[in-house]
Design a protein around this ligand. Structure first.
Ligand code: GUN
Length: 278
């Protein structure tokens, strides 16, 4: 039976450390401030944004929410970002993804000042990560690395198999794992004989966005299984990309959903916001 990698526990430790450091910043006259932009009324995005604001309050940061209507034009959104870029009292800016279809997400990522881009989505920050000199660590992949470190699982020399090639998770996850000297394979929807590859993983990261996609037959005994997915079933219940009950019988380690990678993403965002303020 797999041991549980609890993001709840590890994120609480990270947040404690951030809160301590935030106190020093505040004493020096700077309150770390995160501007959070949400466009439209996607219920999942609303939950994520609320959780990010809650985390800000927990560590003593100021958070500013900009809730824009679904029909907001790209020009209006870019104008808001320009104002926030120029506001010296704002240290971090994030725009919750996905955005409505009429808005070009890459144009929005490019508009955020790289020094305030606490999601690390700006091309300059993506490039710096690729070169091994990151300004901000991408939040979800950094959260995965922190979870592994906490459990004493070193990626060095190990085979990390990542299922999913998104710009937010799959690709930056590969970069962080490479920097930690892992051997990395990225799989995706066109990969042939996926199970044959995932069974070679020492660390398996599932970031597909499909409930119960990773089954027990895709996992070898003892693997550390990291579930980045958050899917809502018709019943309303949240579940990850991994068939938790069956895979937990075989894996060495496994993250729960909720309470696994999700809280780690937010903790890393707080860490980045603190770094931006400093
Ligand atoms: N949508 C899903 N994950 C993220 C994230 O980490 N940051 C932002 N801004 N949007 C997201």
């Amino acid at each position: 039976m797999a041991r549980l990698l609890s993001g709840k526990e590890v994120s609480a430790k990270v947040l404690e450390r951030v809160a301590e450091e935030a106190k020093l910043c505040i004493a020096a006259g700077i309150t770390p401030t995160l501007a959070v932009i949400i466009v439209g009324s996607c219920p999942a995005s609303r939950v994520y944004v609320n959780n990010k604001k809650k985390a800000c309050a927990q560590v003593g940061f100021r958070s500013l929410e900009y809730a824009l209507e679904e029909q907001t034009s790209q020009a209006a959104l870019l104008d808001l970002i320009r104002q926030l870029n120029e506001d010296g009292g704002v240290h971090g800016i994030l725009c919750q993804m996905p955005l409505p279809r009429h808005i070009d997400e890459q144009a929005v990522c490019r508009a955020i000042l790289p020094q305030k881009d606490v999601d690390a989505f700006h091309p300059e920050n993506v490039g710096k990560l690729m070169l091994g000199e990151p300004r901000f660590l991408p939040c979800t992949p950094a959260g995965v690395m922190e979870l592994l470190a906490h459990a004493g699982i070193s990626p060095e020399g190990r085979h990390m198999v990542i299922v999913g090639r998104s710009n937010i998770v799959g690709k930056p996850m590969a970069m962080l794992a490479l920097q930690a000297n892992a051997t990395v394979t990225i799989c995706h929807s066109k990969t042939r004989d996926l199970a044959q590859i995932t069974r070679q993983a020492d660390i398996l990261v599932a970031a597909v966005g499909r409930a119960n996609f990773v089954t027990a037959g895709m996992v070898q005994e003892g693997t550390a299984v990291i579930d980045v997915g958050i899917n809502r079933l018709e019943s309303g219940r949240l579940c990850g990309d991994v068939d938790f009950a069956a895979v937990a019988e075989k894996a060495g380690w496994i993250t729960p959903v909720p309470g696994g990678v999700g809280p780690m993403t937010i903790a890393m965002l707080m860490q980045n916001t603190l770094a931006a303020a400093k």
